[in-house]
Design a protein. Structure first.
Length: 113
């Protein structure tokens, strides 16, 4: 029986990005050895979109109020890109210290229970 999922984010500065997820996003974690943190994610969902390529994956965090969440992140020192309106919701990207970004969106679609 499948009982969970594991997301991997590759980073040029994994230590800084781990600290960001721990200190700014405040995700619960365990230290499995010597600073190697594994974070608990909020409830998640998965969708499959059509593409001309296989093995492409995206990871988005979700929120019920994008504007409030952006203000909270900015108050903690995070930078967010301009909000984009999509037919499926409003989105931004959170800049990570390691140079990458994380998607964040407020869905406009029904969510599975």
């Amino acid at each position: 029986m499948i009982n969970g999922g594991h997301v991997v984010i590759y980073s040029r500065d994994a230590e800084a990005d781990r600290a960001f997820i721990r200190d700014v996003l405040k995700f619960t974690y365990v230290d499995v050895h010597g600073g190697w943190l594994i974070f608990k994610l909020p409830p998640s969902e998965i969708a499959v979109h059509p593409s001309d390529e296989n093995d492409m994956h995206e990871f988005y965090l979700m929120t019920d109020d994008l504007d409030v969440e952006i203000r909270v992140l900015q108050k903690a020192g995070a930078q967010c890109e301009a909000v984009s309106q999509q037919r499926w919701g409003r989105s931004t990207r959170i800049k990570l210290p390691g140079g990458g970004t994380l998607g964040l969106y407020e869905p406009r679609h029904q969510r599975p229970q």
